[in-house]
Design a protein around this ligand. Structure first.
Ligand code: XMP
Length: 511
């Protein structure tokens, strides 16, 4: 079944993925594609509507990305956002000028004429602007629909041809009714029905995988992370015992993680799940190694070796499951080639496994959609809402050499931190939060005795994509409980510090 779909043409703005996510949240499937798609390609794609994103260029500048004018003759509704709105104006005969002052941040805007876009939105509300250029004259046939004090053409359109422009960013949360405006575009202008739901997605994928895999053998590397867990559960629903999952226990997981994976997937869901016990092996390979990149390399290579050994025992398989998600495959920006990133834990696996083809059931989904699919499949919140964990896991959260003793200290401290964050109800607001065993020792006094033990650092950040991050403002009383519990309950820890650096200049992990 072909879903109704919207095409989001990418002009390089920073919120482009967000636009695509908002559209999908409104139950309409969409793809983010480079803005240099040809009219033929657009016709073949057959969208019910097209959205032009914002972008860093000036439409008057040389080499500014454009779309072919024939696009407007296809009869497909168009919504241009920021740069996209200016482009509509420029291409159809209006004017765009460089404003003396840029307009950034919150602005009040007022609708001056009713249109399908304004349904259910108060006449005056707050929007979020980020622009320097602005439309200074509308193309013939267009009318102004809303304005701010300083921006005369905040929303404009040609209602017969269903072509609209908005100068602000409806996709960001600071635009009070932005989501409603997008919803209006999809449902009132494009006539969407809203057929993109996670329940429908699951049913469809299960059918597709069944049809493709039949009764053939499928192999999956289960890392315990959200993506591989959801991918495996989906494939399991389609092929049952023909799916064989391998979980490599490298001994570097967080407290109780391997047990939880085995309980959930083998005992709970009845999956054919093999655990490769390699903790001692990884520890021996890491002996004496303190350089972070060296640790990463050793763990990555060893992981593949262990997996290969297990795969050999299983023999040839027909399919390999990968937990690739949409942001990993997205092709965006004019002239840029596709950026394809493979999941750390399965990167390199295709080279060592004897298989015919790859199954990537999540390649159309954003992370939050993957979580919703997980919930739809009945997975527990502890799996579905698991925070991202780096491939090398705890090894890069222990400064210097990784030892059994330090691993135990880290696991226990990290467990307490996670427990208290969850008790405070902060776990979904914070992107990642974890403990680090530093290679610094300090003098303490515990029970009238002098101690000389490790400094434990706590790291918690907010982020949307891990590219930039800010330190999380965890309330002091929560931090106090964490500190008291770690120094009381965890061996070899006598000082707790909280990391208050953002990324950049720092990074999220300590190594
Ligand atoms: P940094 O520390 O670079 O981390 O700010 C950004 C995100 O990537 C994760 N990370 C890794 N993930 N293998 C991975 O699979 C790695 O070697 C690795 N190093 C960092 C980190 O946890 C954060 O989410």
């Amino acid at each position: 079944m072909q879903h109704e779909r919207v095409l989001v043409l990418d002009f390089g703005g920073q919120y482009n993925q967000l636009i695509a996510r908002r559209v999908r949240d409104l139950k309409v499937y969409c793809d983010l594609k480079p803005c240099d798609m040809t009219v033929e390609e657009i016709k073949t794609y057959d969208p019910i509507g097209i959205i032009f994103t914002g972008g860093p260029n000036s439409v008057n500048g040389e080499g500014a990305p454009r779309v072919p004018e024939e696009l407007f003759a296809l009869g497909i509704p168009v919504l241009g956002i920021c740069y996209g709105a200016q482009l509509i104006s420029r291409l159809l005969g209006g004017k765009v000028e460089h404003a003396e002052t840029s307009e950034y941040g919150k602005r009040e805007f007022t609708f001056v004429k009713d249109s399908p876009l304004s349904e259910g939105i108060p006449q005056t509300s707050v929007c979020w602007m980020s622009h320097t250029d602005r439309v200074s004259a509308l193309p013939a046939g267009f009318e102004v629909l809303a304005r701010t004090q300083s921006c005369p053409y905040t929303v404009f359109g040609e209602q017969n041809r269903k072509i609209y422009g908005v100068q602000f960013h409806p996709e960001v949360v600071h635009s009070e009714y932005g989501n409603r405006l997008l919803e209006n575009f999809l449902y009132k202008v494009c006539g969407a029905h809203g057929d993109w739901t996670m329940k429908g997605f699951v049913e469809e994928q299960v059918q597709k995988i069944k049809a493709r895999a039949g009764d053939k053998k499928v192999l999956c590397a289960m890392s315990g992370g959200v993506d591989s867990a959801v991918a495996a559960t989906l494939v399991h629903r389609a092929v049952g015992k023909n799916l064989i999952c391998v979980f490599v226990d490298h001994g570097l997981h967080r407290k109780n993680e391997p047990e939880e994976v085995m309980q959930t997937f083998r005992d709970g869901l009845g999956m054919n799940l093999v655990k490769a016990d390699a903790a001692e092996l990884f520890l021996s390979k890491l002996k004496g190694v303190s350089d972070p990149e060296q640790k990463r390399k050793i763990i990555g290579e060893e992981f593949i070796r262990v997996f290969e050994k297990e795969a050999k025992k299983i023999g040839a398989v027909d399919f390999l499951v990968q937990g690739t998600i949409y942001p990993d495959v997205i092709e965006s920006g004019k002239g840029k080639s596709a950026v394809i990133k493979s999941h750390h834990n399965v990167g390199g696996l295709p080279d060592v496994v004897d298989f015919q083809d790859i199954i990537e059931p999540l390649r159309d989904l954003f992370k939050d959609e993957v979580r919703r699919v997980g919930t739809e499949l009945g997975l527990a919140d502890s799996i579905v809402w698991r925070q991202p964990c780096p491939g090398p896991a705890l090894a890069i959260r222990i400064m210097g050499e990784v030892t059994k003793e330090k691993l135990e200290t880290l696991r226990d401290a990290d467990f307490i931190f996670r427990d208290e964050v969850a008790k405070a109800g902060l776990q979904r607001e914070i992107w990642q939060y974890f403990a680090v065993v530093t290679d610094c020792k300090t003098v303490g006094v515990q029970g009238d005795f002098r101690t000389y033990e490790n400094v434990i650092a706590l790291r918690a950040v907010t982020s949307v994509d891990a590219m930039t991050a800010d330190w999380a403002r965890i309330p002091f009383d929560v931090l106090e409980r964490v500190s008291t519990r770690i120094t009381n309950e965890v061996k070899h820890a006598n000082k707790i510090v909280y990391d208050i650096t953002s990324k950049p200049p720092s990074t999220i992990e300590w190594e």
